[in-house]
Ligand binder design. Structure first.
Ligand code: 9Z3
Length: 337
């Protein structure tokens, strides 16, 4: 049931009234196996959420609202977490970018452009397909990392489409991961809708035109960081992202989130500069004052080249910073053991 304000769902009333996705149990069985494997290997695990969430306007859905996100931040970061030795649970919007295959996105670098048709040595044999020689070194590098990640079982993928799928999955996945305690980093980069239409208010069939303008009143999506921190995974290291388009709001909103939810880090990013600068907002470690919050900017030169000769990606530095902060936090909270 909704709380006193009927348009204000708590996390509890949300999950009591909105139906789970039909694939939830099957997805969680896969996560359970993945968690058991990583536990045995003693691996640190990161849950990366990535891509936008939709809000269907009809039960038989023809129209939906979407949130901006290509999934670049999540897919890129997942690769750097794997490189840093983490096992990665990659929870992404269906058809958004994925680690490794992102390098060959159909719009920016279609894979058909990597291939050549070669005549066979014997005229009666079928035509051959080969990789364009200039594209081979990069393809080999990406393919090697891709195969390694899959064969080692260190990359497990889950998909969502709607904000409802996302919320149910996030709750169930973080509850499963909580058995790994402080060794789990949550990297919440998905662009999550703030508003939704509860199942009870959804029109069953396609909304008909012909009655003039369409007015839709949406409910607020419950703030799930609070139960995530307090109940679902109290020992996890939680990093959320805050997206704004007004730069003046970025730090105040990020600070407010840290104060309200008490998780470890908010990474603030502005829509237009997100590929070159982000700000880490977190409580000052060891300070007795919970309002003692610091900001530190991480910036890269937009024209920088990394040590493999590719354009530098800010996610490389974001992940390096988080890996070191996560370890420092584990050390500090383990009481020196
Ligand atoms: C982000 O801020 C991500 O960095 C981006 C990445 C969505 C900007 P792309 O996928 O973009 O690389 O194209 N994600 C979080 C956005 C969000 O919904 N945050 C919530 C909020 O701001 C809090 S969890 O309220």
């Amino acid at each position: 049931m909704a709380t006193s304000d009927p348009s204000q769902f708590s996390a509890e009333s949300y999950f009591a009234t909105q139906p789970p996705p039909s694939t939830l149990e099957q997805d969680i069985a896969g996560v359970r196996t993945f968690v058991a494997q990583q536990r045995e290997l003693g691996k640190k695990v990161v849950l990366v959420t990535s891509g936008g969430t939709t809000v269907p306007l009809e039960l038989n859905v023809v129209r939906f609202l979407d949130n901006f996100s290509a999934g670049t931040r999540g897919a890129t970061s997942a690769e750097y977490f794997l490189k840093a030795g983490y096992a990665v649970l990659f929870m992404h919007r269906q058809f958004s970018l994925q680690p490794f295959s992102r390098h060959y996105s159909h719009s920016t670098n279609p894979f058909l452009d990597l291939l050549e048709i070669e005549p066979p040595a014997v005229a009666t044999d079928p035509l051959n397909i080969t990789v364009t020689p200039s594209k081979r070194p990069e393809l080999l590098e990406v393919l090697t990392s891709y195969k390694e990640a899959h064969q080692s079982g260190l990359l497990h993928t889950l998909t969502f489409v709607t904000v409802n799928d996302y919320l149910w999955l996030l709750r169930a996945v973080s509850q499963e991961l909580s058995v790994l305690g402080r060794g789990v980093l949550y990297y919440l980069a998905a662009a999550v809708s703030d508003f939704f239409l509860p199942r009870q208010k959804l029109s069953e069939h396609k909304i008909q035109s012909g009655k003039g303008s369409l007015l839709i009143e949406m409910d607020q999506v419950p703030k799930i960081l609070k139960p995530m921190v307090d109940e679902w995974t109290p020992d996890g290291y939680i990093v959320s992202f805050k997206l704004e388009t007004d730069p003046a709001l970025l730090i105040p909103k990020a600070r407010a989130a840290i104060e309200r939810y008490g998780h470890q880090i908010v990474i603030g990013n502005d829509l237009h500069t997100r590929k070159y600068e982000v700000v880490f907002v977190s409580r000052v470690p060891g300070s007795p004052d919970v309002h003692d919050i610091s900001n530190s900017w991480l910036r890269i030169d937009p024209h920088a080249i990394d040590d493999r000769g590719h354009p530098k990606e800010i996610e490389e530095d974001i992940v390096a910073e988080l890996v070191s902060r996560h370890q420092a936090w584990i050390d500090a909270t383990s009481g020196g053991t």
